[in-house]
Write a protein that binds this ligand. Structure first.
Ligand SMILES: *[C@@H]1O[C@H](CO)[C@@H](O)[C@H](O)[C@H]1NC(C)=O
Length: 378
């Protein structure tokens, strides 16, 4: 069974990083280096990606509409104010141009269209309320009719649990046990680890919480966290459909396009803080606009092509966050910094010996965080 997961290790990793910055002497505590995503020789999804969506259990119509609007927003370029969902999807499409030896390098990358070809609701819980992998082929068949070119997306209602979600991952994707067909299964973020899978709309239960939870843009975790989770799972399915696309080992975990940027939603994200996002007049939080005036909060995605600058936030000796920006170039292998240069320092608390602090931070970044935050585009 091939499955790749959305990991919880990055927050722990970031926490360790900040401990490292505050106590540079404890170098033995230096966290394991996060490798940039690498392509493993396999195909990515391209052209038109056909989805069959199975709503497993009972959902409100309003939940389905929000998810449908999110999917329609992936290609909506016109009349949507920036930042758009379509721009976010551009990052997913960019992976194709990042395949080593790709003739598309530096060229215009073809669009990947997402087309919902079938959508059904299993309101009678036909295989019960605990979904194990063994049921996936049957459930997928309900929306693919056995057509392996359709990706089955199984979305669990709040009274259904999905095997292997809620154990450090909120969604799973991979190849069905019975053949070549692909599936995505989403645990329900309202009931399956909301303090993880519903974060930042729900207080964190797996690490620190900086400030109050964010307010979901469309009314509830029940729709907005499903969109968040679906966005990540779709990106993973496109960029690593068969487990030999873009990924990165991290201990026993496998990081993918979105999980490598775990818990980053805006610039300045740190452990427990999602980063700076936008807010509507009614204080609902979002970072991407979609069709029909809809707003969504989408997870940051690793940009495999751009290697330009770092925006990061570090804590000073008193634990107050401040921001700095580093201009950097990558060496030819796409790893590490050349010409590390502090461009700008903002929000520095008065009295901070900034040159010392930033050089420490830069050192820590250079050796640990490096590509991780840098390439995560919210
Ligand atoms: C595009 O998809 C086809 C199969 O549908 C596959 O053979 C090909 O390798 C894919 N292209 C890339 C760049 O992954």
């Amino acid at each position: 069974m091939a499955c790749w997961k959305v990991s919880l290790f990055l927050p722990t990793f970031l926490l360790l990083l900040f401990i490292l910055i505050l106590h540079p002497s404890s170098s033995e505590a230096r966290p394991k280096q996060l490798e940039p995503l690498k392509h493993d020789g396999g195909p990515l999804l391209n052209g038109t990606v056909k989805l069959g969506i199975l709503w497993y259990g009972r959902f409100r119509d309003s939940q389905k509409i929000v998810v449908q609007d999110f999917l329609s927003s992936l290609h909506a370029q016109t009349r949507v104010p920036r930042p758009t969902v379509a721009t976010w999807w551009r990052h997913v499409e960019a992976y194709r141009g990042a395949i080593p030896g790709s003739r598309l390098r530096g060229k215009r990358i073809p669009r990947i269209l997402v087309n919902v070809v079938n959508e059904k609701t299993d309101g009678e819980y036909s295989v019960g309320k605990i979904l194990t992998h063994a049921y996936f082929p049957t459930l997928a068949g309900k929306v693919t009719g056995g057509d392996d070119s359709i990706v089955a997306v199984i979305i669990a209602a709040r009274d259904v649990s999905v095997e292997n979600t809620c154990l450090g991952q909120c969604s799973i994707h991979g190849v069905l046990e019975t053949g070549r067909g692909l599936f995505i299964a989403l645990g329900n973020p309202e009931t399956e680890c909301p303090g993880d899978c519903g974060w930042p709309f729900f207080p964190s239960t797996i690490g620190p919480q900086v400030g109050p939870p964010l307010i979901p843009p469309n009314g509830g975790i029940g729709e907005d966290a499903i969109v968040m989770s679906l966005a990540g799972a779709l990106a993973h399915s496109v960029t690593n459909p068969y487990g030999n696309g873009f990924s990165s080992p991290f201990g026993r975990e496998t990081m993918e396009a979105v999980s490598i940027c775990n818990k980053v939603f805006g610039t300045g994200a740190i452990e427990g803080f999602a980063g700076r996002v936008l807010a509507t007049r009614f204080k609902r939080h979002y970072n991407a606009n979609g069709v029909r005036g809809k707003k969504f909060l989408l997870p940051a995605i690793w940009n495999p092509v751009k290697h330009k600058y770092v925006l990061a936030m570090v804590l000073d000796g008193n634990g107050s966050p401040y921001e700095f920006r580093i201009d950097s170039k990558h060496d030819d292998a796409g790893r590490g910094f050349e010409n590390l240069k502090i461009l700008k320092l903002g929000l520095t608390p008065p009295g901070t010996p900034w040159s010392l602090t930033t050089s420490r931070a830069a050192h820590a970044l250079d050796h640990t965080l490096s590509d991780a935050v840098e390439n995560c585009s919210p």
